[in-house]
Write a protein that binds this ligand. Structure first.
Ligand SMILES: Cc1cc2nc3c(=O)[nH]c(=O)nc-3n(C[C@H](O)[C@H](O)[C@H](O)COP(=O)(O)O)c2cc1C
Length: 159
């Protein structure tokens, strides 16, 4: 059977989701693409605007993506939880490319809450049931206490 192609695509404001994305991509032997939000998200003002916009389900401006998801067998999409849902950049990515998505899997990092709601919102927006989901708390990510969960997630994608 031909090898299945996988892309990990993620947004990260402060590095947690990026760390997990790197490990997931390594486990899957996947290509990686970072979604870049053109809006300034740093500092306390960036935090508050991000939270309000996420809550209102607003889209943002993202840089054009290099990879076409339709040329992959599986897209793994990663986001931080913002106000109980996905970040604006990931909402924009999925909204824009939903018709080009193959099978999907989702992962997220969170302070502590919003895991189920975020996965549900991502599934609804993409119109796809994920083959696997992984939610990690920022504390775990910072402690490096997540390798086993990433390995299990990689197995569950069936790739
Ligand atoms: C704008 C904003 C909103 C957030 N909202 C939540 C939330 O509703 N619940 C929660 O547990 N954590 C929340 N967090 C914390 C992030 O989900 C958490 O720190 C995550 O690991 C950040 O990922 P990143 O480093 O990849 O940006 C929020 C963070 C930001 C910046």
């Amino acid at each position: 059977m031909a090898e299945r192609k996988c892309l990990v695509v993620y947004y990260s404001r402060s590095g947690n989701t990026k760390k997990v994305a790197g490990a997931v991509a390594e486990g899957l032997g996947a290509d990686v693409e970072e979604i870049i939000d053109r809006k300034k998200r740093s500092g306390p003002v960036g935090f508050i605007i991000g939270a309000v916009h996420a809550k209102l389900k607003k889209l943002t401006e993202i840089e054009a993506c290099r990879s076409d998801p339709a040329s992959y067998d599986l897209i793994v999409i990663g986001t931080p939880v913002w106000c109980g849902t996905m970040s604006c950049a990931v909402r924009t990515y999925i909204s824009r490319l939903r018709d080009r998505l193959p099978e999907v899997a989702f992962f997220l990092t969170t302070g502590s809450s919003g895991t189920r709601g975020t996965f549900k919102d991502m599934a609804e927006l993409s119109g796809k049931e994920p083959v696997a989901c992984l939610g990690l708390k920022q504390k775990q990510v910072r402690k490096g206490d997540w390798q086993e969960q990433v390995a299990d997630f990689v197995r569950r994608t069936g790739l």
